[in-house]
Design a protein around this ligand. Structure first.
Ligand code: GLY
Length: 411
């Protein structure tokens, strides 16, 4: 019954689009991926419901999960909301609601900065699609929890608690990672619905500080900046998940493009738009970006002048894995950026469509019944720990579905 309704929807889409061959084939591509996702996520949903844990990746052929504490929990309900948005099938709404509400206690989580990912991707999508008021209070409390990690002297939100640097030389007391730009959307949302500008003020301060210290003159990005809380100065500029301190970890660069694009949307401040454009240009014009537009996990692996820090285990890899999750995040970001970037917009849209075509091809899209129920293959989580290398990863799926929905609605 569900399958029939979905297939009917797919046929209708293709018919509606039959006036233009190009649009028609893009819509057909989107339908193919969601059709695969219906099959795959039915498998994943059964497994998750048994374990009552959040699907994350695979290891030695087995599905891996995370608990409510970990940063990726919100991508699973978020992806289920995207399934509902596309198919309008109540099966996905019920699943998305159940898995979103399972995260409720995280609204008080102040252990790391990832509450934005956890709560905005789950409850944020839930509120956007249902307008259920009870989700608002949870999102506002989540924003309050995130603000507890803000230090005005530094002017940024602390990403992780005390953490040894990758090479073991220092303990970072105030590490801020480029990924943290993604958590700001929760703060902008909280200001909009409460009228209290405190959240937005913190988000803007954080984005300004990130522009100041995470970006190099060519608009490539450092992964981690460690700050001194007494002086507010940047003490160390290094990597944790990239190939070298001076290299460009591609997922980090993609987080930056997405985060600054969103910050421009929420502020109208051209400095953030300029940063998003320059970061995007660094990515899409990079000579090391392969012709299918799916990047390696870092742009500078094994290149002269880039030296892995001690303890970085990526040097033990016998090949250079790609990161399809970085491509998915970038595609989603470029589709939004294309609306704000004037004459550059057409290029960004075209690159996003090339990425989505690659990800929708058999080189990256899983065959039904494989890939432990995930949609995308060939993501890389943390190469320096040889963790989730060349595997499916939940956040890769999430941003892929988001990008397809953005493409479909031409947003
Ligand atoms: N935020 C962690 C990562 O992108 O792997």
């Amino acid at each position: 019954m569900i399958k029939k309704a979905f297939i009917t929807g797919t046929i209708a889409l293709i018919t509606i689009c039959s006036f233009g061959q190009k649009i028609n084939s893009r819509q057909a591509q989107i339908a193919t991926v969601f059709n695969t996702a219906v099959q795959q996520y039915s498998i994943l949903l059964d497994s998750a419901n048994v374990q009552m844990k959040y699907p994350r990746s695979s290891k030695n052929g087995y599905l891996t999960y995370v608990t409510i504490e970990e940063w990726t929990g919100g991508f699973w309900p978020g992806a289920l909301w995207y399934m509902y948005e596309y198919t309008q099938d109540p099966k996905w709404k019920d699943a998305a609601t159940k898995w979103t509400e399972s995260l409720e206690s995280n609204q008080f989580n102040t252990k790391h900065h990832d509450i934005g990912f956890m709560m905005y991707n789950s409850y944020g999508n839930a509120y956007r699609l249902t307008k259920n008021d009870k989700y608002k209070a949870i999102l506002v409390q989540s924003a309050k929890s995130l603000c507890k990690r803000y230090n005005d002297k530094v002017g940024a939100i602390k990403s992780w608690n005390d953490k040894p640097s990758l090479d073991g030389k220092d303990t970072m007391r105030y590490p801020v990672i480029i990924d943290n730009m993604m958590n700001l959307e929760l703060l902008f949302f909280a200001s909009k619905i409460t009228g209290d500008t405190t959240y937005k003020h913190i988000a803007i301060k954080h984005a300004e500080k990130t522009m100041q210290n995470h970006l190099r003159p060519d608009f490539s990005s450092y992964h981690v900046i460690n700050y001194d809380t007494i002086t507010g100065k940047a003490l160390h500029k290094e990597t944790n998940q990239g190939f070298a301190h001076n290299s460009t970890w591609t997922r980090g660069q993609a987080w930056g493009v997405y985060g600054f694009t969103m910050t421009y949307r929420e502020t109208g401040d051209k400095r953030f738009l300029n940063t998003a454009i320059k970061m995007a240009d660094f990515f899409i014009n990079n000579k090391n970006l392969s012709s299918d537009k799916i990047p390696n996990w870092d742009f500078n692996v094994n290149q002269a002048g880039y030296h892995p820090p001690a303890n970085a285990q990526a040097i033990n890899l016998t090949y250079v894995p790609k990161d399809a999750s970085a491509a998915a995040i970038l595609a989603s970001a470029l589709l939004e950026l294309s609306q704000y970037a004037g004459t550059k917009g057409a290029t960004y849209k075209s690159i996003a469509n090339q990425i989505l075509a690659s990800l929708s091809s058999e080189a990256y899209l899983a065959k039904t019944g494989t890939n432990n129920g995930f949609i995308l293959m060939h993501c890389t989580g943390n190469a320096n720990r040889l963790s989730e290398v060349d595997k499916p990863i939940m956040y890769g799926d999430y941003y892929f579905l988001e990008a397809l929905l953005r493409d479909q609605s031409n947003k």
